[in-house]
Design a protein around this ligand. Structure first.
Ligand code: 4FV
Length: 244
């Protein structure tokens, strides 16, 4: 929160984050938030009561608000840019972060409105996953990104190819030649139409080579269909032998 996009979003009054310590919602003198799993097994499980009380205290502030309560866990649906755009349209969201082996299942069944995963791997806590969600959403807040980086040009950005989530085109900056590796001539040509076409082709090419599943089922415009046709014909040339 003290750096980068989240700091700028808070400074721009676009976003505020409150942290709620589950121990503040316990009633025993040991402020217990976890317990051993029913049915045995290793590790501990977060108890339901502190989580329910914490979220209900937030809901109590604005009765009637339909407040998204999102669990971060490997069991959640995968966080992707369309989900980030969806969340960025909400006025308020609650992110519930797990610890230990996870949370009592009644949190998912009886309190959460959604469950999100940042990827198929296991963290020690949901906080980093929550930070990923906050960073991605903050970047879409108006006035948060300086012109040095723009959400518009992002990979998967709706803007780049409306309706299509593709990988980014290659970016280059000075020097034009580095260790014998030259920047593609078209980018030095000043011919913006040619540059637009080159970038679109490169974004499609990268997506087709690295993430073909992103292109599945897409209706492509003629320009893009032609590019993919060419790619299918063109023998795959390793990176080093390709120029321009
Ligand atoms: C996770 C993920 C994740 C599971 C046990 C926290 C951990 C521990 N959250 N995307 N991947 N959570 O690994 O969101 O409680």
């Amino acid at each position: 929160m003290a750096h980068g996009v989240l700091k700028r979003a808070a400074a721009a009054g676009q976003l505020s984050v409150r942290l709620h310590d589950l121990r503040d919602f316990t009633e025993d003198r040991h402020r217990t938030v976890d317990d051993r799993p029913f049915g045995g097994g290793p590790g501990m499980v977060l108890k339901p009561e502190p989580i329910f009380r914490a979220v209900e205290s937030i809901k109590f502030e604005q009765p009637g608000e339909d407040l998204p309560v999102i669990l971060l866990s490997p069991q959640g649906r995968l966080l992707r840019q369309p989900v980030v755009e969806e969340l960025s349209r909400q006025s308020r969201i609650v992110l519930v972060c797990g610890r230990y082996e996870g949370m009592d299942e009644r949190v998912a069944d009886g309190l959460a409105t959604d469950e999100l995963s940042i990827g198929d791997y296991v963290l020690s806590g949901g906080e980093i996953a929550a930070a990923v969600v906050m960073e991605c959403v903050a970047r879409l807040m108006p006035g948060v990104l300086g012109n040095e980086d723009s959400a518009v040009q992002d990979s998967f950005g709706e803007e780049k190819m409306p309706g299509r989530r593709v990988l980014d085109w290659p970016h280059y900056t000075r020097p034009a030649e580095f260790r014998g590796m030259r920047v593609p001539d078209v980018l030095l040509s000043g011919d913006h139409e040619e540059i637009r076409r080159w970038r679109r082709r490169k974004a499609l090419e990268k997506t087709w080579r690295k993430r073909p599943e992103l292109l599945a089922g897409l209706t492509l415009e003629e320009e893009d269909r032609q590019v993919l046709e060419d790619l299918k014909q063109a023998p795959y040339l390793p990176v080093s032998s390709r120029q321009g």
